[in-house]
Design a protein around this ligand. Sequence first.
Ligand SMILES: Nc1nc2c(ncn2[C@@H]2O[C@H](COP(=O)(O)OP(=O)(O)O)[C@@H](O)[C@H]2O)c(=O)[nH]1
Ligand SMILES: [Mg+2]
Ligand SMILES: [Zn+2]
Length: 311
Amino acid sequence: MKGLVVKSTGIICTVFFEGKNYNCRIKGKSRLDKIEFTNPVSVGDYVDFTYDYVNSIGFIEKVHDRKNYIIRKSVNLSHRGQVIASNIDQAMLMITIENPSTSLNFIDRFLVQSAAYDIETILVINKIDLMNDKTETVKKEITKIYQEIGYEVLSISVKDDVNIQTIKKNLKNKVTLISGHSGVGKSSLINSIQPDLSIETREISNYHKQGVHTTTFSNMYTLKLGGYLIDTPGIKGLGLMDVNMDNLSKYFPEMLSASEYCKFNNCMHINEPGCGVKKALEEERIATSRYQSYLSMLDKNSTYRKNNYEL
Ligand SMILES: Nc1nc2c(ncn2[C@@H]2O[C@H](COP(=O)(O)OP(=O)(O)O)[C@@H](O)[C@H]2O)c(=O)[nH]1
Ligand SMILES: [Mg+2]
Ligand SMILES: [Zn+2]
C-alpha cells in the first residue's frame, strides 16, 4: 500500500491511506544509522507499507523520493538535520503587525529560505480586526513592498471571517506549509477552515508557560476541501543548511533583476563601483528594509557559518 505520512514522532508514524490512518513503524532499525537525517520519515512523505491486522501495526518498507523537504539542524545529535516536512507545494507565512509583531527581517529571512527551497510563499496578514490608523499604515506599506516584488499578500481576520474564502481557494488540492510566530493565529485559521479538527489555540498571555525546549513535531491536517496543511509548532524558519552567501541576492527577486546592471558579475552589492542594486536602492526601486535584511543575513551568516548554525 502506498500512503502519506501525516504524523511522525521518530520511529513511529501515522500513514494515511484511502481515508484511514495506520500506525506504522519503520522497518529495520539498523538501517536508520546510515541515513543522513535524524528521522528517516517525515510528514509529507509517500511510503510503501504493509499492515499486520492481527497486531494492529504497520511497517514502512520504503520512503519514496522527495520533491523537496525542509530541515532543521539537530540540536544535540551529530551534524545530521531533522526533516520537518517534505513534498511541499507552497508556504503560507502568517504575520501580524501587533500582538505579536512580526519584523520585516523575519519575513525576508523566511522568503529567502523558501525561495532557496523553490517553495512559493503567500504572505497572510492576520488580525486586521485589531487595526488602528497606525497599524493600518504599516499593513499598507508591507503589502506594497511585497506585492511589488511579486508576492501574493492577503489581509485576513480569522476572528471576523474576513477573506477566509480566499485562503480556502489557495489551499485547495495543495500541500501547504503554514508558518509564522507563535500567537499570529495559525491554529485559529486551521480551525476556522475545518472546525472538526479542534486544534488547541492559546491566549498570547499564556505563551510563556510553554517550555522553550519542548520537543515539537509537525502536524499534517487533511482538508476536506482537498489538500493538506502542515503546521510546524516551534519552528521559526525553514532552516537552510547550505545557502551560499555569494548567491544570497538571487533569492531577493528585485535584487536579482537589478544585479543584471552590476559592473562586476561577482558583485556583492555592498560598496562595489557600478552596482546596479545600489543604484536601484538609491532610486527607491528597492525597499531599504529589504536591502537591510540582505546585509544582515550576510553579516549574521559570517559568524553563524563558523558555528554551523542555520540562517
Ligand atoms: N483579534 C484577533 N485575534 C485572533 C485572530 N486570530 C487568532 N486570534 C487570537 O490569537 C491568539 C493566538 O492564536 P493561535 O491560533 O493559538 O496562534 P498560533 O500560535 O499561531 O497557532 C488566540 O487568542 C486567538 O484567539 C484574529 O483574526 N483577530
Ligand atoms: Mg498553534
Ligand atoms: Zn551589485
